[in-house]
Design a protein around this ligand. Structure first.
Ligand SMILES: Cc1ncc(COP(=O)(O)O)c(C=O)c1O
Length: 464
C-alpha cells in the first residue's frame, strides 16, 4: 500500500475544491471578524484519540474548512497587533508547487539551492551589500539572529578561546537577541543593554562608555546589535553611528531589521537605513512587511569565508561529490544549523517575481504614511495621547483616563480584539500601557484606522 490517493480523479476534485475554499477565504479577507477565539466545541472536536484508521479526503477537507476561521486574523486589514505580515494570495501557487516537490533544502544538487541563492543575491542587492554576501532563508528573524551571531562569536573565539565575550544592543531590542546569546552559550548577561535616547534609539555615547568600561574590566567586546524598527515603537538606530563605532573598535556589526529593513524600499524613510550596506550581518523577515507567507526570514552575512567556516563540517555520509545528486555548489547545511529544511525560498522567489519590488515598496510607503495619518488623528483628539514618536510604521497611544489608565487601556485592547472589529496589541512604554498599532498590511486603508480610532473613543468613554 502507498499513501497516494486510491482514486486520483476524486482526490483531484477535492484538491480543487480545497483550493477554491482557500481562495474564498483570501478573497473575503476584509469581510467578517478580525479574530475569533477557538470555540470550546471545536477544541473538544479536535481532542480525539490517535487516529488508527484514516478518513476520506472529503471528510478531511470538511475538517480543514471547520478550522480555517480561527487563524490569528493577520490576513484582515484591521489586524494591527505585534508585527505580522498579511501574506498574499500569490503565495498559494508557490505553496502548491512546493508541496508537490517536497524538496529538502539542506543541500544536494537540485533546484532548491539554486532558487535560494538567487533570492539571497537579490536580498543582498536590495540592502546594498556586496555580491559575494552569503545567506539563508530562515524560519524567521529569531533563527536568523542565532545563525548570524554564531559566525560573529566563532570569529572572536577562534582568535581568543579564553575571551569573556560581551555584546551591546539598545534597551529597545527584541528579546530574540538575548535568546541568541543564551542559545550560543555566550550568556544572557553578556548582552549589555545600552540606554536609549528620547527617540528610543541606542545612545551612542552610552554605548562607547559601556565598551570602554568592559575593556578596562577585562571583557572582550565582540559585537554591536543595532535595530531598524524596534518592536515597541518602530525606532531606527543610527546605523552609520553604530557602523563607525564598530569599525573603530573592530566589532561585528549585526542589525535586527525584522520588519524595519523593508524601509530600505521607502522613498521617505529609506535614507535612514542606507547604512544597512555597512553591516557584517543582517536578520530580517520576508514574512513581515514584504507580505510573503509564513515562514520566511532571512540572514545575510558579508564575509562568505567566515560564514562557511562557522558551519561547514560535513561527515562522510554527507560528503560532496563533483557530480551527481551529492554535487551542487551550495549546501545550506554549510551555512546554518539545519539539515532538513523546507523550500521556503520558493515562495520568496515567486513573490518577488510576481509582484516586483516596486509594488512591495508601495505597500511599505503606504503603511508608513498611514502611521503618520494615525498619529495626526490621535493628536487631533483631546482624549487621546501619543506615547512615542512615530518614526516608521508603529503608533503607540492611549486613551487619557483620569485614574486606572493602564488597566483601562489594556481592557480596551482586549475588548477590541474580542469584538472582532480590530486587533491592536498593547505594550508598556515608560511604565505606561499603550494601545500599539503596527502597520505591515497591504490591505489596510486609512478608513480602517478611522474605525479603530472611533472604536477606542467610544470604548474609552464607556470606561470613564
Ligand atoms: C524587531 C524584531 N526582531 C525580531 C523579531 C523576531 O522575529 P521572528 O518572529 O521572525 O522570529 C521580531 C518579531 O516581531 C521583531 O519585531
Amino acid at each position: 500500500m502507498t499513501l497516494d490517493p486510491k482514486n486520483w480523479p476524486a482526490f483531484r476534485k477535492t484538491a480543487h475544491a480545497m483550493l477554491d475554499a482557500s481562495l474564498d477565504k483570501l478573497e473575503g479577507a476584509r469581510e467578517g471578524r478580525v479574530w475569533t477565539p477557538v470555540p470550546k466545541s471545536l477544541k473538544a472536536e479536535i481532542n480525539t484519540p490517535l487516529p488508527q484508521g484514516g478518513i476520506s479526503e472529503d471528510q478531511m477537507m470538511a475538517e480543514l474548512e471547520a478550522i480555517m476561521p480561527y487563524n490569528p486574523g493577520n490576513i484582515h486589514p484591521r489586524f494591527f497587533g505585534w508585527v505580522n505580515g498579511a501574506g498574499a494570495p500569490s503565495n498559494i501557487l508557490a505553496e502548491m508547487a512546493g508541496a508537490a516537490m517536497n524538496a529538502n533544502c539542506g543541500g544536494r544538487n537540485h533546484v532548491g539551492p539554486v532558487i535560494e541563492q538567487q533570492v539571497i543575491r537579490w536580498a543582498a542587492q536590495i540592502m546594498g551589500m556586496p555580491s559575494e554576501t552569503t545567506g539563508l532563508i530562515s524560519s524567521g528573524t529569531s533563527m536568523a539572529t542565532v545563525t548570524a551571531l554564531k559566525v560573529a562569536r566563532d570569529k572572536f573565539q577562534r582568535e581568543n578561546p579564553e575571551a569573556k565575550l560581551v555584546g551591546y544592543t539598545g534597551a529597545q531590542t527584541h528579546s530574540c537577541v538575548r535568546r541568541a546569546f543564551d542559545l550560543l552559550g555566550i550568556g544572557k548577561d553578556a548582552l549589555r543593554l545600552v540606554q536609549c535616547n528620547d527617540d528610543f534609539e541606542i545612545n551612542l555615547s552610552a554605548l562607547q562608555d559601556a565598551i570602554d568600561k568592559d575593556r578596562a574590566e577585562g571583557f572582550t567586546p565582540f559585537s554591536v546589535i543595532g535595530t531598524v524598527g524596534a518592536v515597541n515603537v518602530g525606532a531606527i538606530d543610527d546605523l552609520d553611528g553604530l557602523a563607525d563605532i564598530c569599525e573603530k573598535e573592530e566589532l561585528w556589526f549585526h542589525v535586527d531589521g525584522a520588519f524595519g529593513a523593508a524601509a530600505i524600499l521607502s522613498p521617505s524613510v529609506g535614507h535612514r537605513v542606507k547604512a544597512l550596506s555597512r553591516v557584517d550581518s543582517l536578520a530580517f523577515d520576508f514574512h513581515k512587511w514584504w507580505q510573503v507567507n509564513y515562514e520566511a526570514g532571512c540572514v545575510l552575512i558579508r564575509d562568505p569565508y567566515l560564514h562557511r567556516s562557522s558551519y561547514a563540517n560535513r561527515p562522510e555520509y554527507l560528503r560532496h561529490d563533483e557530480d551527481g545528486l551529492a554535487g551542487g555548489d551550495f549546501w545550506a547545511v554549510d551555512y546554518g544549523p539545519e539539515l532538513s529544511r523546507s523550500f521556503r525560498a520558493l515562495k520568496v522567489w515567486t513573490h518577488l517575481k510576481t509582484h516586483g519590488i516596486d509594488a512591495i515598496a508601495e505597500v511599505v510607503e503606504r503603511n508608513i504614511s498611514q502611521a503618520q495619518y494615525l498619529k495626526r488623528r490621535v493628536e487631533a483628539e483631546d482624549k487621546l495621547e501619543l506615547l512615542a514618536p512615530v518614526a516608521l510604521n508603529i503608533c503607540c497611544f492611549r486613551y487619557d483616563f483620569r485614574y486606572e489608565s493602564n488597566a483601562k487601556n489594556a481592557r480596551i485592547v482586549v475588548d477590541l480584539q474580542e469584538s472582532g472589529l480590530a486587533a491592536p496589541s498593547s505594550t508598556i512604554i515608560d511604565d505606561v500601557t499603550a494601545i500599539r498599532v503596527n502597520l505591515t498590511n497591504h490591505r489596510t486603508q486609512e478608513s480602517d484606522l478611522d474605525i479603530l480610532v472611533d472604536a477606542v473613543l467610544e470604548m474609552g468613554k464607556e470606561l470613564e
